[in-house]
Design a binder for this molecule. Structure first.
Ligand code: PMV
Length: 324
């Protein structure tokens, strides 16, 4: 009753920002992401009749507290699905440098869902796996697929129609992402808390929601035709709209630091010099830069030379969940 799975993280080009149901994680809007090859989690799950509770080892450390509880509650969902009351030992290795500003929860929950369901003998389709993964971490449901994936928010309140679907595989388009790691990355508001405050208090939230359908239609068209300008413009504008909602919240907040703004301005300046680059930012200060392979050298050099930038990490489109 053992299985091992590997899953990659993803970067949202159309952001998931807002929940309509917190306990089972149902979003207020569809989102769309690109899975990245550079960052992944490998997880083994072994169910064992002799265990009296789950054990979770992450990067060779025994995990307790809140992080353990999140993993154990997620295994409860798997146990319930399988109708088996068995505990497991879970061993995970993260190749997601948290400093790069990627949430390891996306690759983490996708790998855990895949390994856990396989180990307990559930043969889930990708759709079922994505729907289950969503309940561990929302953005993780998109990491079941490689390349571009869209999380459909669904209409039903039981969550049965809320899962990701593939839009285009990694091989469709070699679009690159540079993660700009800032020297100072202290994050004050978690994505969970930030979303909640925004949904409950920001007068800009409705404007954000109203703008999503058009952004999604245009970006999918751009992806289909490998139209870099179209995809970049929509991704950057969508990110700015998401971050604008936080300024309208009560109390107001922003994830940006001074260097975040400096990097954004540099990207916009590079475009005036005919270098096609665009940015996106998640619930933290680090900037992710979209570019095409032929511009890799200039992108890396320019960003590295900025003060307040600690590192640049480059990534290509990545694959969906695999079993080892
Ligand atoms: O799934 P969470 O709770 O890590 O939230 C992710 C939120 C954003 O990264 C800001 C956007 C997204 O779609 O990934």
């Amino acid at each position: 009753m053992k299985a091992t799975a590997k899953a990659h993280t993803n970067i949202a080009l159309i952001k998931y920002w807002g929940k309509r149901n917190e306990p089972i994680i149902l979003p207020t809007n569809n989102s769309l992401s690109l899975t990245l090859d550079g960052y992944f989690t490998t997880t083994s799950v072994e169910f064992d009749e002799t265990l009296t509770k789950d054990q979770f080892i992450l990067d060779e450390q025994v995990i307790t507290g809140e992080q353990y509880e999140r993993v154990a509650s997620f295994l409860d969902i798997i146990r319930k699905l399988a109708g088996k009351q068995l505990y497991a030992s879970i061993t995970s290795k993260n190749e997601v440098p948290t400093a790069a500003g990627f949430a390891s929860s996306a690759s983490g929950f996708a790998a855990l869902a895949a390994a856990g369901t396989k180990a307990i003998g559930l043969g889930l389709s990708n759709m079922e796996l994505s729907r289950l993964t969503r309940q561990g971490s929302g953005s993780a449901c998109r990491s079941i697929y490689g390349g571009f994936a869209e999380w459909q928010m669904g209409k039903k309140e039981d969550g049965s129609d809320s899962y990701a679907i593939p839009i285009a595989p990694a091989e469709h388009w070699d679009i690159r992402v540079a993660a700009v790691v800032l020297s100072s990355t202290k994050k004050k508001v978690s994505s969970r808390a930030g979303m909640k405050r925004t949904v409950e208090t920001s007068p800009f939230f409705q404007g954000w929601l109203d703008s999503i359908p058009q952004d999604l239609t245009t970006i999918k068209e751009g992806i289909r035709h490998r139209d870099f300008q179209k995809v970049g413009e929509i991704a950057e504008a969508n990110c700015l709209k998401m971050h604008a909602t936080t300024l309208g919240a009560n109390p107001p907040f922003t994830y940006w630091h001074d260097t975040t703004i400096a990097v954004m301005q540099k990207i916009q300046e590079m475009r005036t010099q005919n270098i096609p680059v665009y940015f996106t930012i998640d619930a933290g200060p680090n900037v992710k830069v979209l570019y095409l392979p032929e511009y890799e050298k200039i992108v890396e050099e320019t960003l590295r030379s900025l003060s307040g930038v600690a590192d640049i990490r480059l990534s290509k489109p990545g694959q969906g969940v695999t079993y080892l």
